[in-house]
Design a protein around this ligand. Sequence first.
Ligand SMILES: CC(C)=CCC/C(C)=C/CC/C(C)=C/COP(=O)(O)OP(=O)(O)O
Length: 282
Amino acid sequence: MNSLAYCQEKAQASGSSFLAGFRFLPEEQKNAMTVLYAYCRELDDVVDDCSDINVARQTLIWWRQDLDKVFHQQQPEHPVNQALCDIVGKFGLPKDELEDIINGMEMDLHHVRYQTFADLQYYCYRVAGVVGRLIVRILGFSENQTLAYADKLGLALQLTNIIRDVGEDARNGRIYLPLDELAKFGVSEELILSYQSNQAFEKLMDFQVMRARETYRAAVALLPEADRKRQKVGLVMGGIYYALLEEIARDGSSNVLKYKIKIPNPRKLRIALKIWLLGFKP
Ligand SMILES: CC(C)=CCC/C(C)=C/CC/C(C)=C/COP(=O)(O)OP(=O)(O)O
């Protein structure tokens, strides 16, 4: 199997919410997005499948060394890194942004709590903001402000992901919601870790949803007119996750403790098509 085929299989197997948007792209950009997606997925798996933190840490060190080869004209060992060799030059993907994703995964190994929203934002930048930046580079941009849009949209998506996965993360002993916000709303860590919902938790979650919604609006407002057309697939990705956020709000945001809300694939495709034709207005 060649390295691109490996990435395509990895992306397909993930069943990710985002793949629906890729089909609108020309072959070269679609392949680059698939390689980037596979890269993120592989790194994610290192942390998700981790039963021994030392093994995971060593594996991330190995990924750093293998990524280094991509930028030093050497043959990397991992098929995803081999596939990256074909796209980093073509799309001007910087090493430090690809490395930042590894840094974000490392944070996941050590940090299971964030004190403030500023702390959480730093994590979100590394696992989602830089992904947004790399996507913006693949799709093409003419104004630097488009990078600020990428940071913001990445944050909006990651906040949505955190809201959706509160229950699943709690089962793994993780709480991403900032601890000072838990305290402000009178929600204890124990309540979340025992999947108990109460009025205080409902209010906390309503606040989280409202802030995520505002983050989507702020992101779209940052995207310069000149880059809107080229960035349409990114907006489709944002729109699919925004629909997920609205679905969580409709369902009752405190239910995130009990189950994980999903949008069925046919609906994702309808949302993608609508945004492609009419634009994304959160
Ligand atoms: C400019 C721009 C497009 C910015 C956005 C950047 C971006 C795509 C960040 C990824 C954040 C995120 C929540 C990933 C989860 O992926 P997943 O495949 O695990 O999601 P799933 O579990 O919902 O399928």
